[in-house]
Design a protein around this ligand. Sequence first.
Ligand code: PEP
Length: 249
Amino acid sequence: MSRQYYIAGNWKMHKTKESAAALAKALVAGLQDGKHKYLVAPSFTLLETVAGIVKGSAIRLGAQNMAPEEQGAHTGEVSVLQLQELGVQTVILGHSERRHIYHEDDSLINKKVRLALKQGLEVILCVGELLEEREAGKAEKVCEEQVRAGLAEVSTADLNNVVIAYEPVWAIGTGKTATPEDADAIHASIRSVIGRLYSPQEAAAIIIQYGGSVKPDNVAALMAKENVDGALVGGASLKPESFIPIAKF
Ligand code: PEP
C-alpha cells in the first residue's frame, strides 16, 4: 500500500503577523507542486492571517492545540468550533511540550483527540519517549502506551483522520536526530500496535511522521525508511530556505 508523504511545520510560539504572512506567502509560492501533503501550524493569533494566504494552495492549515471541551467557562482556552471557523483543518495534539511543560496527560489528550475527530478535524497525535526511557529500553513501550491511550474509543472510521507523529523528546529542538534505523523501528512497532488495535489494513494505511531536529540534510535518509511517512518539523519550519527543501525532499 502506498502512503502519501506528509510534511508539517509546527511554528510553535514564533512569529507575529507580518513575519508569519511573509513565511506563509513564501511557502505557498515554493510548494505549488503539491508533490507531498503539506501543513503549517501557526499560533492561534496568526491563524486568520495565515488562513487567508494558504487558502486554495497545496498547504493545509493546522492548530497546535485545542481545548478538550466544545465551549463554556474555560478561561484562556480555544475551542474546536473557533478553530474551524478560521479554516483550521488539522490539530496537533499531545505534543511533547504540551505533555511535559503543561502536564497534559494521556486522558486529557484522548478527550481532545475524540472531540477533534467528532468535529471532523484531522488529528496529528504526537507520541515519544524521554531520554531516560530510551536508555532504559522502554521507548517502544512508552510509545505503545501513548498510542493506545490517545486513541482510546476512536473508531476505525475516525482513525482515517488520524496521523501519528513519533517525536522522541530528546531529539526535539536539540539537534540530535534518531537514526533512520531507530526511527523506522519505532514506527514499525507503532504500526503493529495499530494493527492489533484496528486491522492490518489500518496499520498499512496510517501515516506516521517522524519529528525531532529534521533538517534539509537529514530528511531524505529518514524518509527512505519503509515506515517513515513524513515529518513534523519545528525549528526548520520557520524559514522558507529550510522548510521548502525538507518539504520537497
Ligand atoms: C517539534 O517540535 O515538533 C519538533 C520536531 O521540533 P524540532 O524540529 O525543532 O526538533
